[in-house]
Each structure stands twice: as structure tokens, then as C-alpha cells.
Design a protein around this ligand. Structure first.
Ligand code: LR7
Ligand code: MN
Length: 588
């Protein structure tokens, strides 16, 4: 059945969208020398800018005017350009291959392809029939107005303008009070005078704030929201394209309940050919032990709660972070953002945990679709060092919100323990003041399918008497688990035995392959995400004799040749079957 196959392929592709997106390899980061990181660009001379009604901008001079005229001659500005229309991908001509490769680095996407496509390109309407018929019931006059906040650092010209044009082309303009652009100290000329001039051409008020110091996206968004005046704030990345009817469902949810924070479905704009590819409408947001945001399938219980209705918002444990609407007064009430976070990362889980734990909720509205250019690498500098900054932000999230469960993060990312997370007094006071619920409540009530089990019997290394530890040796799903000398660092030797009997390494589970092939190796497999453990993944621990027993086969984890872990017949005398679990508490 090719249709079914196609659906399956698509589903896999979409759960994977951005899976490795902007992740970084912790092993490579350990010991990264912050002094060797490239510095940010020099500050622009501040007397070039004028201050008007709280907005700083650079007046356009004759040199900029020429520059702007040159930019405008790019075919991309012709609204009738056929390339990429209806969300199609484009092929860069072979004589431009070299330029394409060279310029890919500018933004870590194919800028040449983007420049072939009109900034006003058309996109298909990918909403379900139910969504489209529901849309007829929104009364624009009843919906609240919105301030759209877009922060950027060295964004490409065409992707930024396509973001603005798509918003202005596909939203009821009376709902948009303003668009606020925050230029996080870009060092590209076209983002100064020429952009200031270009945005005056739009039929909605667009203001631009040029920051004089690199603030990072979190503090840049705080500057943007301070300047905003509408009832609702809506954050967008600077390389998105909104589709028909995207705005109304988001505003409607916030309007009906001011404590609902709502995100659209985030479709994929290819970083290679700029094709608009739809994402699954049965994917929600989670996170892993590294505290990276991750997409996972919506579990059956949430499908059931929604009566399997494809137009009902999905209650999601986390949001990706870049695209969401929130009531402006609620945004401040619930603690806005953590000003102590730098450059990029961490704020998405922080706001997710905070909103749920402090009385609000998060949703993904399946009737609102926005495309986003997913990148495989980050294009810009991380002043202070990539690993240090990312660990600093994640550690703040863990320290303030995760209680004892922060150990999952530190066990997986040991180097984060040595990073200075800074002063967190204000954030802890906020949690106190709002009388927020604890992280255990969040895991039990909001995210029972989480890779972090709400209840667990052990966390840390699993060792034999002569200090041989279970080790993933950096393998992913399908990999064979081995034993190696215990190093006491966690990382690849960090496992948890959950109370429900899974032996977990992040979102991977130890599994027996015995029943399915001749191989008796203990392997890694993706854990179930539907709230019911896979029976192949169930183990029990006998703390008397140290045996780790596969519940299905009644066989024991044992060390075999080449240090492979295998399932063998249980024998009490066998040293290689006698395991000690770190911080073991209680019987199964
Ligand atoms: O120092 C900086 N200053 C900035 O203004 C660094 C970045 N930025 C801007 C940047 O130009 C962009 O417009 O901030 C915006 C987001 O940065 P991206 O596009 O590099 O982030 P991302 O898309 O890789 O990552 C996701 O996670 C981030 C964590 O900090 C933010 O929350 C992003 O907004 C978020 N993007 C999305 O949620 C879109 C879907 C991606 C996924 C999953
Ligand atoms: Mn982005």
C-alpha cells in the first residue's frame, strides 16, 4: 500500500524534523576553551542612530539609498516570480553551485535558493477541512490585537523580508497593532539603513530597535516585549512563513483563556531548496536528559482527550520556543523570561516548565501552520563559548525548576556541573511567590511519557564488583551495550531504572533481542512514548544477588566476549551478572 508507506515515511521524517537541529556534541564540548571562541563584532558607533519615541534607528543616507536600490533589483522582489511558488522547492542552476556552497555558511541555509524566490511567494493551504470550516466562525472584531515580536542577529535579507511579507499578506491587518523587530546587534550593513527604509513600505506599523550590544535572543525578546502595547504578544523567528488563517486560532485561544500559551504547528522550510513541507499534526513537544527540546508523537491518551478531533488544540508538555502567542499581562505575571540567560537555548524549556507548574498551560493549535527554516548548525557566534552558554542556560532551568530531577541532566552532561549558573535568587523567589507546583507534579500530571521517569529506583552507573560499568559507548538506537571500566562521570555510563521496570539511557531503553533473532545481545532501542512500556524493555533487579533480569525471558544481563552485554541463563555464582546500581532505593 503505497499511500500508507508514504504516510509512514512522512511521519518519520516529521518526528525527526530538527531532531539534530542545533544540537551539539557534549563530548566535543567538554573542555572547550571559552577564550578560543570568536569574539562578537565591534559595537557600531552609537551616534549614527537617532532616538524617536523610544525607538533607536539609523536615518537612511544617500549611500544606503543606493544600496537599497541595488537590493531591490534582485528578482526575489518581483511578486510574480514563479520560482518556489505554492511552496515549491527551487533548483540552483549548475553555474551557481559554487556560490551556493560558499554562501551557505552565511546563515547555514541556501541563501542563493532563497534569493531566487519571491518574498511574496504563494503557499498552499495545508489546514484540515475541519480547521477550515471552524475558521469561518472567528469574528475578527472580537479577537484581541497583537504585537508581533521578531528578534534577529545577522538574518539573511530575503528570509527576513519573506517573514514580514507573509505576515502582512496572510493576516487580518486590523488585528496587528504593530510588528516589532529587534536587531540584536547585527554587523551587516543591509540590516541598518536599508532595512529601516524598507519597512516603511509595509501597510502595518513596523518598528525596529537596533540594540547596541549583543543581548542574545532572550534579552532581545524582553526588549521587544517592553516596547509592545497590544493585548497579546506573539513571538516569531526571523526566517518563517505563515500560512492562511494562521493568526486567528492563536488569538482565539489566548482570548478565551489568558493563561493558555499557544504555538502553531511548525512546518519545515527546507534549508536546501526552500520547499515548504508539512509537519505531522500528531507531534508534540518534549525534552531529553540533555535538556534539549525534542518532538515526539502525541500519546493515545491525549488523542482520546481530544476525541480524535484534528482541529482541537493539543495540550503539549513543552513548546519549541520560537513561535508562540501569550497574553501580554500574563507573560509578565508568570515571569516573562529569565534575564540571566544568554545568546540562545534553555528559555524554551524554562518557560514551558514555568507556565505549567505555575498554573497555566501550553498548547499546539493544529489549525495554525507556520513554516520555519530548520538548520543543522548554528550560523552565528556564541560570545562566551557555545558549550558554556548552553550549559549555563540549561543549568539555570534545572536549578530553578527541576528539583531532584536536575540530577538526570547533570548525570548526562557532567561538565554542566562546573559551569557557573549565576545568581538565581530572583527566579527562585518568583517560583515561591507564584506558589508553583513541583517538578514531580509536572512529570506525573503533564508529562508521564517523559524520558525522565517521575518515579525511579536508581540513577547513575551500573557496575560489577571489579568496576566494569554498563556503557553505551556513544551508540544510538540499535547499538549494542557494552561494559567498560567505570569512570564515575556519568555520560555514556548514566542509566536509570524506572519504577515501571525500564532501564533507561535518556530516551533509549535497554532491550532484549533474544526472542526476535539468534543474537542474545542487550541493545538500545527507542523507549515507548505512548505511556505504556514495551514488554521487551522490562527488567527487574534482585538487590540480594545483583541480578538484572529480563522480565520476558527470565534471563540475566551478563558480560560476554569483547565486553558485550548479553542475556544469559541466570547463575548466582557468576561475577559478571552481579550488578550494583548507583543510589539504589528499594525493591521493585
Ligand atoms: O544571539 C542571538 N540573537 C538573536 O536575536 C541568537 C539568535 N537570535 C535570533 C535569531 O536570529 C532568530 O531569529 O533568535 C531567533 C532564534 O534563533 P535560531 O533561529 O537560531 O533558533 P532555532 O530556530 O535554532 O531554535 C529554537 O530554539 C531556540 C532556543 O533558544 C529559540 O527558542 C528559537 O526561537 C527556537 N526556534 C523555534 O522554536 C522554531 C522551531 C525550531 C524547533 C524545534
Ligand atoms: Mn529559527
Amino acid at each position: 500500500n503505497t499511500n500508507k508507506e508514504r504516510q509512514q515515511l512522512r511521519a518519520e521524517r516529521l518526528v525527526d524534523r530538527g531532531a539534530n537541529h542545533n544540537t551539539y556534541d557534549d563530548d566535543k564540548m567538554v573542555g572547550a576553551n571559552p577564550m578560543k571562541q570568536p569574539r562578537g563584532p565591534p559595537a557600531p558607533p552609537s551616534n549614527d542612530y537617532v532616538q524617536k519615541k523610544g525607538v533607536t534607528y539609523k536615518p537612511i543616507d544617500s549611500k544606503d539609498k543606493l544600496y537599497l536600490e541595488r537590493l531591490m533589483r534582485v528578482p526575489a522582489f518581483d511578486p510574480l516570480t514563479k520560482d518556489g511558488s505554492q511552496g515549491g522547492g527551487v533548483q540552483v542552476p549548475s553555474n551557481q553551485e559554487e556560490e551556493k556552497t560558499k554562501r551557505f555558511k552565511e546563515n547555514q541555509f541556501n541563501v542563493v535558493a532563497s534569493e531566487m524566490i519571491s518574498v511574496n511567494r504563494t503557499l498552499p493551504d495545508h489546514r484540515s477541512d475541519k480547521c477550515r470550516s471552524n475558521a469561518e466562525e472567528y469574528k475578527v472584531a472580537d479577537l484581541p490585537t497583537v504585537s508581533i515580536i521578531i528578534v534577529f542577529h545577522n538574518e539573511a535579507w530575503t528570509t527576513l523580508l519573506r517573514t514580514l511579507h507573509s505576515v502582512c499578506n496572510r493576516s487580518p491587518l486590523e488585528l496587528i497593532q504593530e510588528i516589532i523587530l529587534v536587531d540584536d546587534m547585527s554587523d551587516r550593513d543591509y540590516l541598518k539603513g536599508p532595512l529601516d527604509a524598507y519597512i516603511r513600505r509595509f501597510n502595518v506599523p513596523i518598528r525596529i530597535i537596533h540594540l547596541e550590544k549583543r543581548s542574545g535572543l532572550i534579552r532581545a525578546r524582553l526588549t521587544g516585549s517592553e516596547a509592545a502595547s497590544a493585548k497579546v504578544l506573539l513571538f516569531l523567528d526571523a526566517h518563517v512563513e505563515v500560512t492562511d488563517g494562521w493568526l486567528e486560532p492563536l488569538l482565539d485561544r489566548v482570548h478565551k483563556d489568558r493563561t493558555v500559551v499557544v504555538a502553531p504547528i511548525i512546518d519545515v522550510i527546507s534549508d536546501d531548496d526552500f520547499e515548504y513541507v508539512t509537519a505531522s499534526d500528531t507531534t508534540w513537544g518534549g525534552f531529553n536528559w540533555h535538556l534539549n527540546f525534542r518532538w515526539y508523537s502525541v500519546p493515545p491518551r491525549e488523542m482520546k482527550r481530544r476525541n480524535h478531533d484534528r482541529a482541537t488544540p493539543i495540550k503539549t508538555p513543552t513548546i519549541a520556543g520560537g513561535l508562540f502567542a501569550i497574553d501580554r499581562s500574563y507573560f509578565y505575571e508568570v515571569g516573562a523570561y529569565d534575564e540571566g540567560m544568554e545568546v540562545w537555548g534553555g528559555e524554551n524549556l524554562e518557560i514551558s516548565f514555568r507556565v505549567w507548574m505555575c498554573g497555566g498551560s501550553l498548547e499546539i493549535h493544529p489549525c495554525s501552520r507556520v513554516g520555519h527554516v530548520f538548520r543543522k548548525q548554528t550560523p552565528y557566534t556564541f560570545p562566551g563559548g557555545t558549550a558554556r552558554v548552553i550549559h549555563h542556560n540549561a543549568a539555570r532551568t534545572a536549578e530553578v525548576w527541576m528539583d531532584e530531577y536536575k540530577e538526570f541532566f547533570y548525570k548526562m552532561v557532567p561538565s554542566a556541573r562546573r559551569v557557573d549558573a549565576g545568581d538565581m535568587t530572583d527566579r527562585r523567589n518568583l517560583r515561591e511567590r507564584l506558589k508553583c507546583k513541583n517538578f514531580k507534579w509536572y512529570l506525573e500530571q503533564v508529562y508521564p511519557e517523559s524520558p525522565i521517569p517521575s518515579s525511579f529506583l536508581s540513577l547513575g552507573q551500573i557496575a560489577t564488583a571489579n568496576q566494569q560499568c554498563m556503557d553505551t559507548v556513544g551508540q544510538k538506537a540499535g547499538g549494542q551495550v557494552k561494559a567498560g571500566p567505570c569512570h564515575g562521570q556519568g555520560g555514556n555510563q548514566a542509566f536509570a531504572l524506572s519504577t515501571n521496570g525500564e532501564l533507561r539511557f535518556d530516551d533509549l531503553c535497554l532491550t532484549s533481542t533474544g526472542g526476535f533473532s539468534m543474537d542474545s545481545g542487550v541493545k538500545l532501542e527507542k523507549c515507548s512514548t505512548n505511556g505504556k512500556p514495551n514488554t521487551r524493555h522490562l527488567w527487574k533487579y534482585n538487590s540480594q544477588n545483583g541480578q538484572l533480569i529480563n522480565q520476558k525471558s527470565e534471563r540475566c544481563i551478563s558480560i560476554a566476549t569483547e565486553n558485550r552485554l548479553v542475556l544469559a541463563t541466570c547463575t548466582e555464582t557468576e561475577e559478571t551478572q552481579r550488578w550494583t546500581l548507583d543510589a539504589y532505593k528499594g525493591e521493585l
